[in-house]
Design a protein around this ligand. Structure first.
Ligand SMILES: Nc1[nH]c(=O)nc2c1ncn2[C@H]1C[C@H](O)[C@@H](COP(=O)(O)OP(=O)(O)OP(=O)(O)O)O1
Length: 224
């Protein structure tokens, strides 16, 4: 387990096993305000549903479905509402992790609760904010890309990384578009897909560049 002094400020009292970190020559940025957000991912068999963000923060990138937790809501309630609003579907979302992002030019810090479901009800439907699209979830696409992009000093081997490609039933679906996603996603999405729980922080410079980052796995998923 990472010692308390390794856990980045903002993540609270958490016991985590670090599996990726970088930019340690930089200090973590100080922050004043945090704001709660959600982000939800749907996995169906060997497919992952993402949304192309059409407007607002992160426009032009693929991501899960989510947004701000409104007053009076729990994060779990907000996650379900946002999934309905942005993708037109309902799902039994389960907590998977917590991510903390400090972004240049954004005054409050993103404190994001991540959720996942392996079933859903309804038909994924384009909204004003998001255009849903399925991507292929093969071991090959997840881990080969992660290996290719990871910082060699940071990543201990993860079981499954060198698994041969898994034939996809939906063979014509595109691979997960990590080059059109937030730079942190490649570090934790593979954990989410495998059913793991995680915590992490990244401080961003302009242009989707992580200045300092830290991701760890946690043994039990505890969230609200
Ligand atoms: N570095 C990052 N990596 C990532 O994967 N998701 C991030 C991220 N930084 C922010 N997000 C997510 C959190 C959240 O789901 C979304 C930002 O929320 P939005 O901008 O969609 O919220 P809005 O202000 O539109 O909220 P609503 O109006 O409540 O939908 O982007």
């Amino acid at each position: 387990m990472a010692s308390d002094s390794d856990i980045p400020p903002g993540l609270g009292d958490v016991k985590a096993q670090v599996y990726a970190q970088g930019g340690n020559e930089h200090e973590w940025r100080p922050f004043k305000h945090t704001r709660l957000y959600t982000n939800a991912f749907i996995i169906e068999g060997n497919k992952l549903l993402l949304g192309f963000k059409k407007r607002g923060f992160g426009a032009g990138l693929y991501n899960g479905f989510g947004g701000k937790v409104e007053p009076g809501e729990t994060p779990a309630q907000a996650a379900r509402r946002e999934l309905q609003e942005e993708a037109g579907i309902d799902a039994p979302l389960e907590y998977a992790g917590r991510l903390f992002f400090v972004v240049t030019g954004v005054e409050s810090v993103f404190d994001i609760r991540i959720y996942v479901a392996r079933e859903y009800v309804g038909v994924p439907t384009e909204s004003d904010e998001m255009r849903p699209r399925w991507f292929a979830l093969s071991e090959d696409s997840l881990y080969a890309r992660r290996l290719a992009q990871s910082d060699p000093q940071a990543d201990p081997p993860i079981p499954g990384q060198v698994a041969p490609p898994v034939p996809s039933v939906d063979g014509d679906l595109p691979d997960i578009p990590y080059d059109q996603m937030w730079a942190d996603d490649i570090y934790w999405l593979p954990h989410l897909v495998r059913g793991g729980c995680f915590v992490g922080r990244a401080d961003f410079d302009e242009g989707n560049v992580m200045r300092r980052y830290w991701f760890g796995s946690v043994p039990h998923c505890k969230g609200d």
